[in-house]
Design a protein. Structure first.
Length: 267
């Protein structure tokens, strides 16, 4: 609401979403011939689920998504592409199940790739026999950006993390990274609502880091959490409150219960 002396108070919303159904969990032999076995794509049902989740966000949320940040892993970029197409769709009938070829308004949402949202780079998430032998997870950012809906990529954005974490980061450090990147991106764009497309552990941390003493035991494909915080704008200065988790357990594909967090990761 508007306040005196040029003060304005409002909520900033951040939605943190997991990627869709990955092929190696449905075809175990896929990794044996894949040139990048650590970077699986989505199966068709994963693309459909991602688009459906984007459509659900568009209809369910009481606020618009202004900006999307996405992990550089292929499955996350594919997920973001489908979700953004749904968010920007000009027409969206029940017969539309995926975003390829539909008409969109690209001015509605801007998208950027962010290394800080990447998978946990350790054997909790990526097996040794699948990880690159030299420990280097190379990504062609231009090729990945080309997968996103035309006109939605914001090339002016500088990523918070300029490079990937080193291979064999600990579970603890990866969880700290996920918490920090949520805060950093929100602080960078305090007047905008964000969608962050990441991995299971990142979604779990978005709940456990901002709702103390809970254990997240399940994060389904395309599950998402919803966070919000109060923002006070005075002239050109933003004062931010603490994030609160609005998502109830079991409501959007995330399961959690009151407890002390465990040391096990979510694959």
């Amino acid at each position: 609401m508007a306040m005196e002396n040029s003060k304005h108070e409002f909520y900033q919303h951040v939605v943190v979403m997991r990627h869709g159904d990955r092929i190696d969990n449905f075809d175990p032999l896929w990794t044996s011939t894949a040139p990048r076995p650590w970077d699986p794509p989505l199966v068709d049902s994963g693309l459909i689920r991602a688009f459906s989740t984007g459509r659900n966000l568009k209809s369910r949320l009481a606020f618009p998504i202004h900006r999307v940040f996405v992990s550089p892993f292929f499955r996350c970029v594919q997920t973001a592409s489908q979700a953004v197409s749904a968010l920007c769709a000009l027409e969206d009938g029940p017969d539309v199940t995926a975003g390829d070829g539909i008409a969109i308004d690209p001015s509605k949402v801007k998208v950027s790739i962010e290394y800080g949202l990447c998978e946990m780079l350790n054997t909790q998430a990526i097996r040794h026999d699948v990880a690159p032998k030299d420990g280097k997870f190379s990504f062609n950012i231009s090729e990945l950006e080309a997968l996103l809906p035309s006109g939605t990529v914001d090339h002016t954005v500088k990523p918070v993390y300029q490079e990937l974490p080193r291979w064999e980061e600990t579970v603890t450090s990866s969880r700290t990274r996920y918490e920090q990147i949520v805060k950093a991106l929100a602080d960078k764009y305090p007047s905008e609502n964000l969608l962050l497309v990441t991995h299971g552990e990142g979604v779990g941390v978005s709940v456990s880091a901002f709702m103390k003493d809970v254990t997240v035991y399940e994060v389904e494909y395309c599950a998402y959490s919803e966070l919000r915080r109060l923002i006070l704008k005075e002239e050109q200065t933003y004062t931010t409150g603490e994030f609160e988790v609005l998502t109830k357990s079991g409501e959007t594909g995330i399961g959690y219960y009151p407890s002390v967090s465990t040391a096990n990761g979510i694959e």
